[in-house]
Design a protein around this ligand. Structure first.
Ligand code: S3P
Length: 426
């Protein structure tokens, strides 16, 4: 386990380009694998989670070639996957497990999905329940955790209302819907990231989106395409926050996804009074642009339940911003944070409070009182990539050095995090 020492920084300065978005990369690999023909994808993220998804398809007979920033996917068609001869291991990747389960549920062969200790503690009933309604034969352990055992079944279409907004669950059902007879409908109360809908449409699936309702037709063959994956806004958010908090900072982050269902962070930053704007916006199948950020004071705000799906992965860094904002921040309806890679309410509360922050839970709300300055401390990663990256930014602003354990876990989503940070840190 690598312990990393973080010295306070004076500012962040310069221009960087974000590596490909993790969620969009997963979808590109999945759609490319089950589409017919060749897909050429630019900037698929080379990180642990996406590599697990790619390996899963390799084990089912799909060929991938990496050539610099390009990945060629030799798609085998909707019914062209072959029987993997061993359990498919997806490490710590919740997206791989939950969404792949939807694809595997519709195959004519049996399969098993398993992961590391952390993933094997995460809830899977949220996908098992709708997949079973579709006729799938999917079983987890008695407490609803992995491994998942999947047996061949004929799927039927359903109309499903998601109890909790979750793009992983929505996507699992939509992929299973490709294998079902008829049209499957998924409806959400609040819109979660719509990368699957956009990706399937780009690959030629028969998919319709009507506000919060998505309709996918079964049996439709997708076709290989050329795609460019925009940069990851969740990863960009760490640098944006660092630049806001460290005086005299000025950075530009190029090529970042600004998909409205995903980019809630930009709205939160503006509501907090941060100096930040999107320039050079391009409206491709996934919109993207360059984000310019300067340091400046920020104020606490109220974050409502309706904001949460659009910032679910950015909440750890929002905890850090709120800890150094003027006044109070209240975050409502963020219980889903408890079932992420770790319980992120606990990981962020314990770490920030050990640095002199004031984070507490009041009923169902998270309350954060801003402080003038944080102090260096021994920070715990909890094995969670986003806890490490958020706390690194907190440590850069602190008085005195900090240490963070187990920083290698950033390779889950952002292997180049520390190297890229070094290029703009002064
Ligand atoms: C993801 C959806 C979100 C997010 C996760 C990636 C996706 O999870 O937190 O990091 O790619 O679909 P939920 O679906 O559990 O909200």
């Amino acid at each position: 386990m690598k312990i990393f020492r973080v010295e306070p920084a004076s500012k962040l300065f310069g221009e960087i380009r974000m590596s490909g978005d993790k969620s969009i990369s997963h979808r590109a690999i999945m759609c490319g694998a089950i589409a017919k023909g060749k897909t050429v994808a630019e900037d698929i993220l080379d990180c642990d989670d996406c590599n697990f998804t790619m390996n899963a398809f390799r084990e089912m007979g799909v060929r991938f070639e990496r050539d610099g920033r390009f990945t060629i996917i030799h798609g085998v068609g909707l019914n062209g996957l072959s029987n993997p001869d061993k359990p498919i291991y997806v490490g710590n990747s919740g997206t791989s497990m939950r969404v792949l389960a939807g694809i595997l549920a519709g195959q004519e062969f049996a399969s098993m999905l398993t992961g590391d200790k952390g993933l094997c503690n995460r809830p899977m009933s949220r996908i098992i329940e709708p997949l079973k309604m579709m006729g799938a034969c999917v079983h987890a352990k008695a407490d609803g955790t992995p491994p998942l055992e999947i047996k061949p079944a004929k799927l039927k279409s359903i109309e499903y209302k998601l109890p909790v907004p979750s793009a992983q669950v929505k996507s699992s059902i939509l992929f299973a819907g490709l294998y079902a007879k008829g049209a499957t409908a998924v409806e959400e109360k609040l819109k979660s990231r719509d990368h699957t809908e956009r990706m399937m449409k780009h690959f030629g699936a028969d998919i319709k989106v009507d506000n919060l309702k998505v309709l996918i037709s079964g049996g439709c063959e997708m076709k290989g395409v050329d795609i460019m994956i925009p940069g990851d806004i969740s990863s960009a958010s760490f640098f944006a926050a660092g630049a806001i908090l460290l005086k005299n900072s000025n950075i530009r982050i190029n090529g970042v996804s600004v998909n409205p269902s995903r980019a809630g962070m930009l709205d939160i930053l503006l509501r907090m009074g941060a100096r930040c704007r999107v320039v050079n916006r391009i409206d491709a199948f996934e919109p993207y642009g360059d984000i310019e950020v300067e340091s400046g004071p920020i104020e606490g705000i109220v974050i409502n339940e309706s904001d949460i799906p659009g910032i679910i992965d950015e909440l750890p860094i929002i905890f850090v911003l709120a800890s150094l904002a003027g006044g109070k921040t209240i975050i409502k309806g963020a219980e889903e944070l408890r079932v992420k890679e770790t319980d992120r309410i606990t990981s962020m509360r314990e770490n920030l409070n050990s640095m002199g922050g004031k984070v507490y839970v009041s009923g169902a709300d998270i309350v954060i009182d801003g402080v003038e300055k944080l102090k260096g401390a021994d920070i715990k990663s909890f094995g969670d990539h986003r806890t490490v990256m958020a706390m690194t930014m907190a440590a850069l602003t602190a008085e005195g050095a900090s240490s963070i354990d187990d920083v290698e876990c950033v390779s889950k989503s952002f292997p180049g995090f520390f190297n890229l940070l070094d290029t703009i840190k002064c």
